[in-house]
Design a protein around this ligand. Structure first.
Ligand SMILES: [Zn+2]
Length: 272
């Protein structure tokens, strides 16, 4: 999971979202707000809608060359996902910064699972346990938010053996956030994702090796650029970011980066 650099909406799309959100906010009670939000989101979240055409286009651009899911980075992203679920946060139903692009296998199981550290007590609160049709108390989300947080400050991918994510932050609450994110998104529990990250590691390394060999034999930029583009379009870009961050743990990789230090700048979509 990588940080998603914002691509601002067009003025027209932004103003349509404000208008849709106002219709939700104008409802008097929490339960009316959530049901209005659900109804309007189902109505407007269509490719033919002027706002969502732009929302989807921007999210696609923010999701790398092959439009991978922002959570698993494995499947095609095709669902506008509310990071803060609209059933608990109707006030974020049409808020651009609350959207990311996800695949069905990530979106459905995540659904309304959401926990916060409650401001009043500091305790973790699973929002599924609060009475139905009640607004959640104020608090900080546990889920690492790829629009607001830098996921790699929380998560570390073990590229030496398991290809599983581990929490990577000292503060106890942040550690819990990392743990919760891995669990709720099934980042380690889906074996095919773990295997795919290992495969991606090999693919990235092979591509970098090919680049270095060609460069050293005098290839032109026109011959090298397609290799760079293809590397930036690979699935599982977090693996590539981790290869850069963890290069000192992999001597062969470190050697390739020393021979092509420009490769350290090839971050597919977080540094655009
Ligand atoms: Zn996914």
């Amino acid at each position: 999971m990588l940080y998603l650099n914002d691509r601002p909406l067009t003025a027209k799309a932004a103003s349509l979202l404000v208008q849709y959100q106002k219709a939700v906010d104008d409802k008097p009670t929490f339960s009316e707000k959530t049901s209005e939000g659900k109804k309007l989101f189902a109505r407007y979240n269509k490719k033919s809608n002027d706002a969502f055409k732009v929302v989807r286009g921007n999210l696609a651009e923010m999701s790398g060359g092959t439009i991978r899911c922002n959570y698993c980075e494995d499947s095609n992203a095709n669902q506008v996902e509310h990071i803060y679920p609209k059933n608990f946060y109707p006030e974020k139903c049409f808020v651009w910064e609350n959207y990311c692009y996800a695949c069905g296998p990530c979106n459905q199981p995540k659904s309304d699972k959401f926990a916060i550290f409650e401001d009043a007590t500091g305790n973790e609160l699973n929002l599924k346990t609060i009475p139905k049709d009640t607004a959640p108390p104020k608090g900080k989300a546990l889920l690492v938010d790829p629009r607001a947080d830098e996921p790699l400050e929380y998560l570390f991918l073990d590229t030496q053996s398991t290809f599983r994510f581990v929490p990577f932050i000292e503060d106890a609450n942040d550690y819990r956030r990392a743990e919760y994110t891995i669990e709720i998104l099934g980042l380690n529990s889906r074996n095919h994702l773990v295997r795919a990250r290992k495969v991606a590691f090999g693919n990235f390394k092979a591509r970098l090796f090919e680049y270095v060999a060609k460069k050293e034999s005098g290839a032109t930029a026109a011959q090298l650029n397609p290799l760079i583009d293809s590397l930036k379009s690979e699935h599982h870009q977090t693996v590539w970011h981790e290869m850069i961050r963890q290069r000192s743990l992999h001597p062969e990789l470190d050697d390739l980066f020393n021979r092509a230090p420009e490769a350290l700048e090839w971050a597919a979509f977080s540094n655009q």
